[in-house]
Design a protein. Structure first.
Lengths: 258, 320
């Protein structure tokens, strides 16, 4: 599995991938900072986008949470494309001749992609923090708490974002293995997370308590109105485990005929 | 070639000969999709240390067979061994196998060298080995260029380089000369001979039968999923009917010669300044009969069937 991980890593560290994956996540994080701060106005601390709210120790964490859904979608897309391209390029044949132990190959490749996704989330968050620290004084937002008592909250949010992004990545890998082509995998994933889950939740509010995307979003927020943190973490991880098991079973038994 | 054992015109389903030192041996290898058998009970034998050609019409089941040998597709029935390891456990032999299946497949945005490093890392081979195989296929100078900028011929050569990474005992190549110019084809031919001379077994599928005729020692022919022939390539061509090319002193003699040949029971037709006679076994009788008819033959050449003609004869079921 180590060789599969290192082999995949050779692909991930190329400039184009860094630009497309990490660059994309950076762009979303920076956009979240700029838009949130631009909207920040005088108002009580219980308003989500007020100067008072953002000046609280967990103010930066609340900014990060606003962009987290997009990071999750990006993570799903990165892993789905990286996995499905092995079919569309025909490279899976060569990989399996060199590593016929399919589960090891899949595990090593997916792990490398998830490490890349999580690393990108952390780097994007740190860059967003630096940017926010530069912009905040001009908007009258106090940032002393962010790096003081709020540092733990920020770190926890970044950790949850990385965890949720990894979860979305596992869903991306499963979709890629099912459809074996990058575009349908990404479109299917995005269609499920954004319109499908939102429509289901609006139609039947209690259903959100059981949907995978909603649980991962709740994990990032440390729990929300849909699900508490513990429930979201447990159910979200269960969904991820089922997706990983399904991916492994499918990859192991299916003929490679492309 | 380590053996000259012929397995001519093996009937489908016949047990593979046990007296061949085989790198690949299958028993009733079968693959069915939705009830349709694309490979049907193939008993394949590829002698160790040979260049073996794998031919058959489009859709005959060649690629599916190769995929089964490489563990990419699971047989529906039957089995076999590759380099002594069971098809059920590809890990037992794949580290000693190099393969180029259905054309070269690489990451277009990576350089040729980086593509090979991805495979070398996965297989546990050194970076020095990457440079060695780039040297073998003469791509070292272009190794830093992105794969997508390569010509078709360069892509094929990179595919061969990838197959050579493990210093394989068995090299499986699917259409390795596709897209190559005449020089490239000649170089590939020389490479295959070199690999064979170094002790490697080369199993090469190609639709360029003239190419295989020049380089292969052994031939496996499948048709509609069934084994139609396997054995030394010379045996197949020798077993095909040879023809005669005959000329006389004057153009007027040609029709006489053709009529004599027909009287002797062979088909004959005049084409340009020659008579083409289907049955070469009548050569002596023809010579005598032509003399009696007052015609002196100025040319009498036995034409052996080409591999292409032998291939057509087998696939059209003309051979017994």
């Amino acid at each position: 599995m180590t060789r599969a991980f290192r082999s995949e890593w050779l692909k991930l560290r190329r400039p184009g991938m860094l630009l497309g994956g990490l660059g994309g996540m950076l762009a979303f994080s920076v956009l979240a900072v700029i838009l949130t701060m631009a909207r920040a106005s005088a108002g009580p601390a219980n308003e989500s986008v007020s100067i008072a709210r953002l000046s609280q120790p967990d103010g930066f964490a609340s900014i990060l949470e606003r962009g987290s859904d997009f990071l999750g979608i990006f993570a799903l897309g990165i892993v789905a494309v990286a996995t499905a391209q092995e079919y569309s390029h025909g490279t899976l044949r060569s990989l399996l001749v060199r590593e016929p132990r399919r589960i090891r190959l899949l595990a090593g490749k997916t792990l490398a992609n998830l490490v890349y996704v999580c690393g990108s989330v952390v780097v994007a968050s740190v860059v967003a923090l630096l940017l926010a620290l530069v912009i905040a004084p001009g908007k009258g937002i106090t940032t002393s708490g962010w790096l003081g008592s709020g540092l733990g909250s920020t770190a926890s949010t970044i950790g949850n974002m990385a965890l949720a992004s990894a979860g979305f990545g596992v869903f991306g890998a499963l979709l890629a293995l099912v459809v074996r082509a990058p575009a349908p995998a990404v479109i299917g994933g995005v269609a499920w997370i954004i319109p499908a889950e939102n429509l289901l939740t609006r139609a039947w509010p209690n259903v959100g308590h059981w949907l995978p995307g909603q649980q991962l979003s709740a994990v990032v927020a440390g729990g929300n109105t849909v699900s508490g943190y513990t429930w979201a973490l447990a159910l979200g991880l269960s969904f991820v485990a089922v997706a990983a098991a399904a991916s492994g079973a499918l990859f192991r038994v299916r003929d490679v005929s492309v | 070639m380590t053996t000259s054992t012929a397995l001519p015109l093996a009937p489908p389903g016949a047990a593979p000969r046990a007296d061949v030192d085989a790198a690949i041996r299958t028993r009733r290898l079968t693959k069915a999709y939705a009830g349709r058998r694309v490979v049907d009970g193939v008993d394949l034998v590829v002698p160790r240390g040979s260049i073996s050609g794998f031919v058959g019409p489009n859709g005959a089941g060649k690629t599916t067979t190769l995929r089964m040998l490489l563990g990419l597709v699971r047989p529906s029935d039957g089995g076999g061994e590759v380099l002594g390891g069971s098809l059920d456990h590809p890990l037992g032999y794949l580290p000693r196998v190099g393969a180029l299946i259905e054309g070269p497949a690489f990451y277009p945005n990576l350089s040729g060298r980086a593509n090979l490093r991805v495979l070398a890392t996965l297989g546990g081979f050194s970076r020095a080995r990457v440079e060695e195989v780039l040297e073998v296929v003469e791509l070292r100078d272009r190794g830093a260029d992105q794969y997508r900028t390569y010509s078709l011929g360069m892509k094929q050569r990179l595919g061969v380089a990838a197959a050579l990474l493990p210093q394989p005992e068995l090299l499986v190549l699917d259409e390795p000369t596709n897209g190559l110019d005449p020089n490239g084809i000649i170089e590939t031919r020389a490479l295959l001979r070199r690999f064979r001379d170094e002790g490697m077994t080369v199993f090469v599928s190609s639709h360029l039968l003239a190419e295989l005729e020049q380089v292969a020692d052994w031939l496996v022919l499948i048709d509609r999923g069934r084994l139609a022939y396997q054995g030394p390539i010379g045996d197949l061509m020798g077993s095909s009917r040879s023809s005669l090319l005959v000329a006389g002193e004057s153009p007027d003699d040609l029709e006489v010669i053709a009529a004599v040949a027909r009287r002797l029971g062979s088909g004959a037709r005049v084409v340009d300044r020659h008579v083409h006679i289907d049955d070469a076994t009548i050569a002596a009788q023809l010579n005598r009969a032509a003399m009696k008819a007052g015609v002196t033959l100025t040319e009498l050449t036995v034409q052996r069937a080409t591999l292409e003609e032998s291939f057509l004869a087998v696939t059209r079921g003309e051979q017994s």
